[in-house]
Structure formats: structure tokens, C-alpha cells
Design a protein around this ligand. Structure first.
Ligand code: C5P
Length: 426
């Protein structure tokens, strides 16, 4: 029986580390969830300051927010002079400090104040003084009827027109006891939306949040219960690609044959043994992935009927009948949609640019990496590689000898360029 592939998830690349986030809290019952959001952000390494409206302070304690954020909570533009001294820039310095502003929950009242440009508390002042390039995420939460009212919708439209991201409330049970639209998304969902907005604001990779599947390593084809056909592949190139893609914010699944390598951070890993298992695991992602990278050194043939148990050495000669394995990458190439990209490798022991070009066409790939194999500087089980990238657009990029991590980076640069070209000429 083939071993069941198993999955292993670890946390992804962290765009929040060191980011300065202001959370504006208005007077809605969902405000009680915000200390949890502050904690999640702090755990990811963000610096968090809170601006609380008067109504917000009725729903969540200032002390709780100050404790979890480890910062004073900002409320009024004019603080009591005796307690805080006079700071003439207080109402503008926070807006300048922040990398992003999240307003959650946002009430109908604050949506109206912000869209009108009022400046009657610290949250409004921060909103007005934030740098235009910084993301503003607004999470309205209120009774469904109120949310759908013409006035609220008009204010939301005005805020969206000036560049804010307004995230519609979810449907579900409301504080009023009724069911309908109006619920604030959970803190985890707010965090994800913020991460996405920060990546976008940073001019992030076209691979951000793209679903990428990478096959890696060798496969093993059973001859009998204790022997198999395989190759020298270490999986290093495929793992380097998976690591580099995750760093660029992609959602990466690594389908790997037997290797001795740790799972790159943020990568979902599926361990398989034979080509049939790798094919079955990969096929599960054919429809849903945005990019498929075949870096595995797949066995082209397998013994037709593996011997049950251990074969005896009684005969002077034995004949092993091999049958062809499915070509996983070609399978993906055959069925891919115009928005999906397929990338493969062509490992050759002698000059093989023409053969790589033929594989690019035969397997309907968008990019192929011709991989020279000499077992010292390039190919299987070494830390460096010499690749020549050939795009389906005819662009050829000859890379020097690079570490596999650097080669993976160059390969993904070329993939990103294909994504960008495609966005211009779909
Ligand atoms: O045809 P060739 O085996 O040289 O093609 C190599 C490329 O195709 C690699 O990207 C490899 O991962 C992929 N491949 C595959 N399934 C196979 C054979 C190769 O996905 N059975």
C-alpha cells in the first residue's frame, strides 16, 4: 500500500514585523474583540497604537487596550494639560507615524464624520493626517438595516472613492438578536486583510497570495518489497523554489519525494514516494493552482509488477519489465487554463537547449529551465546550479553558476515577469 501523503503547515512570511499600526475603535459591540486583534498584531511583531472614540470606550476598556498594546490609548485631541503636558503636534504626529490605519468596528456615525472630514477626536485627526500612500481599512459593523441605509452607503462610497478599503460586514447573528448582514469579521480575518493591504502598499510580488505548487525530489519505484528504482535528486532545487515563493507571499504547496530536507517556513508539504502518488497529489491542485513548477526528478518508468516481498537471487539473469509513468507536468500543461502558468526543468547531460525548447512546446509550458548536469557544479545533490531559462515568449536568460537559493530567485523573477506581461496582454 502506498504511504498516505501527509500535510505540515507552518507560519508564513511576516509583513507585519516592525509595522506601525493604528487601530481606531468606534462604539459597536464588536469592539470587545479588538484587544484580541491587538494581541495578534503584537505577536506578529507590529507596533500597535489604539485610537478610541467616546462611544467605543463604552464597549471596551481603555485599560485593557493600553495593557495589550503597551501604549497609551488615544482619545481626545486636547488632553488634560496637567496630566500630559502640552504637545502641539499630538493631533498630527500619529497620522505621520502610522504605516496603516484599521478602523474596526466602524459605526455609521464615524463613517459620516470621516467622509465629511470632521476632526473632532484623535481618530478623525489621524484619518486626516495619514499619508495618502498608507492603507486605510474600514470594517463597518452595525445593524443590517442601518448598514444598507442610503446615508451609510453614500458615506462608504465617498470613503472608497478617496482610496479607503471598506470591507463589507459579514452575515450572521447580530447583537440585536436578529440575523443578517452587519457582523464585523473575526480578528484573524482583519489581520489577513491588513497583511494583504500592506503587501500591496509595498509594491509586492505578483506572486503574492498566488497558489503555487512545486514538485521536488526523486521518486521511488518499487522493484520488490525492499528495492526500488530512483535517482540522485536531493530536492534542494525544488525546496529552494518553494522557500523563495513563500518569501514572496505565495501560498505554496510542496509535493516532495523522499528527501532529507526541512520544510521551508510557510510552506504546506506533502510527502509522497512513487510517481503515481506524486501524480495523484499534484492532480488535486491542477484546477486550483495559479502556478505549477515541476522541479521533481520523476522516474520516467516503473516496474510493471513489483515483486511481493523480497526477490530471491536464484536466477543468473532476470528481466525487469518497465512501464511508462504519467508525465505529471505534461498532464498539468494539457489541461491548464489561460490564467495558469506551468514551469518545468530539463536536465541534460550534454548540450540540450534544443531538447529543452522541444519540452517547453510538447508539455505546453510557459517557462523551462535548461539544467546542465555535471554532478559537481550543477544538477543533482549539489548546492549550486547553472540554469538557462527559456520562456514561451522566446526570451532566453543564461544564468551563471548560482547557489540553488539564488537560482530559485532568478527563476521566480522570470515567472513574475511572465505574470506582469500577462496582466498587460492577457
Ligand atoms: O521530459 P523530462 O523528464 O526531461 O521533463 C522534465 C520536467 O518534467 C521536469 O520539470 C519534471 O519535474 C517534469 N516531469 C514530470 N513527470 C514526469 C517526468 C518529468 O512532472 N513523469
Amino acid at each position: 500500500m502506498p504511504a498516505e501523503p501527509f500535510c505540515n503547515k507552518t507560519p508564513g512570511a511576516n509583513v507585519l514585523r516592525g509595522k506601525k499600526i493604528i487601530i481606531g475603535i468606534c462604539g459597536g459591540i464588536a469592539a470587545y474583540k479588538i484587544p484580541q486583534l491587538v494581541r495578534l498584531l503584537k505577536k506578529r511583531g507590529a507596533l500597535v497604537r489604539v485610537a478610541l472614540t467616546d462611544a467605543g470606550a463604552r464597549f471596551v476598556s481603555e485599560l485593557a487596550l493600553a495593557t495589550v498594546s503597551e501604549e497609551p490609548v488615544y482619545r481626545k485631541i486636547f488632553p488634560p494639560v496637567e496630566s500630559e503636558g502640552v504637545d502641539y503636534t499630538r493631533h498630527i504626529s500619529l497620522g505621520e507615524w502610522a504605516d496603516a490605519l484599521v478602523i474596526a468596528p466602524a459605526t455609521a456615525n464615524t463613517l459620516a464624520r470621516l467622509s465629511a472630514g470632521l476632526c473632532d477626536d484623535m481618530l478623525a485627526a489621524i484619518f486626516l493626517t495619514l499619508r495618502p500612500s498608507k492603507p486605510v481599512l474600514i470594517f463597518p459593523a452595525m445593524d443590517g438595516q442601518m448598514f444598507l441605509s442610503a446615508s451609510v452607503q453614500r458615506n462608504i462610497a465617498a470613503l472608497v472613492a478617496q482610496g479607503c478599503s471598506v470591507i463589507n460586514p459579514e452575515s450572521g447573528e447580530l447583537a440585536s438578536g436578529q440575523c443578517g448582514v452587519g457582523r464585523m469579521p473575526e480578528p484573524e480575518a482583519i489581520l489577513l486583510a491588513l497583511e494583504e493591504a500592506l503587501h500591496e502598499a509595498m509594491g509586492c510580488s505578483p506572486l503574492y497570495r498566488k497558489r503555487v505548487v512545486v514538485t521536488a525530489g526523486p521518486t521511488r519505484e518499487k522493484i520488490d518489497g525492499v528495492r526500488f528504482i530512483s535517482n540522485y535528486s536531493s530536492g534542494k532545487m525544488g525546496f529552494a523554489i518553494a522557500r523563495a515563493a513563500a518569501k514572496r507571499g505565495a501560498l505554496v504547496t510542496l509535493v516532495t519525494g523522499p528527501v532529507h530536507l526541512p520544510t521551508p517556513p510557510g510552506v504546506e508539504r506533502m510527502d509522497v514516494e512513487s510517481t503515481a502518488e506524486m501524480n495523484a497529489a499534484a492532480e488535486g491542485f491542477f484546477k486550483s493552482c495559479d502556478l505549477f513548477i515541476g522541479a521533481a526528478a520523476v522516474s520516467d518508468y516503473r516496474p510493471a509488477t513489483p515483486y511481493e516481498g523480497k526477490m530471491k537471487k536464484d536466477d543468473e539473469q532476470i528481466v525487469l519489465t518497465l512501464v511508462k509513468n504519467p508525465d505529471i507536468l505534461a498532464g498539468f500543461g494539457r489541461q491548464k487554463s489561460p490564467s495558469q502558468l506551468a514551469v518545468g526543468f530539463a536536465l541534460e547531460t550534454r548540450s540540450g537547449l534544443e531538447s529543452a525548447r522541444k519540452k517547453l512546446a510538447d508539455k505546453n509550458l510557459d517557462l523551462i529551465a535548461f539544467n546542465f548536469f555535471d554532478r559537481k557544479t550543477s544538477g543533482f545533490d549539489v548546492d549550486t546550479n547553472i540554469l538557462t531559462l527559456i520562456g514561451s515568449d522566446g526570451v532566453i536568460t543564461e544564468l551563471p553558476q548560482l547557489t540553488k537559493d539564488d537560482a530559485a530567485g532568478k527563476l521566480l523573477d522570470a515567472v513574475e515577469q511572465l505574470c506582469l506581461n500577462r496582466a498587460v496582454n492577457p
